[in-house]
Design a binder for this molecule. Sequence first.
Ligand SMILES: [Zn+2]
Ligand SMILES: [Zn+2]
Length: 172
Amino acid sequence: MDRYRDLYEDSEWTDIQQVCLNGHLITEYAVSQPSTKRKHCPDCGEVTLMACPKCNTDLRGHRHIPGVVVLATVSVGKICPDCGSPYPWAEAARAAAREWVGSLSALTEASKEELGRLLVDIFSDTPRTRLACHRLKKFLSEMPADEAQPFVETLLDAAGPSASEQLRNLRG
Ligand SMILES: [Zn+2]
Ligand SMILES: [Zn+2]
């Protein structure tokens, strides 16, 4: 298998990841195994990309380390580490979360507005993320369970690392 070439290469390097516009991972070996690349996603049919559409920096794929076989998959990122923009799939998840907040029937207009403001600190890690997650809990308790749960799943698609961890705990 190609991944065993790491056993005889002599310097470390980072492969390129290919992801569809909806955030489905196609391959993390776009350079070392070009045959794994696809023009369209087999899951959703969207076009695929290998670089940030804002700054054109490569999506970081598998880290090849000589003599080491790393089997773990590189996860799909949400924010470009080079220009700070959310990737298209994270931007779409943010929009879905905002739209959902607007249509939450169990909450008052004032609560929806506050919840909308909390999203900023859920989408990216800030000093207010913990506070935002704490306040979010209160709103979730006011929502019917069959709405709260899929809402949290949508937030997870857009959330920064620290909020994701706290949201997973909420999910129980
Ligand atoms: Zn897809
Ligand atoms: Zn970028």
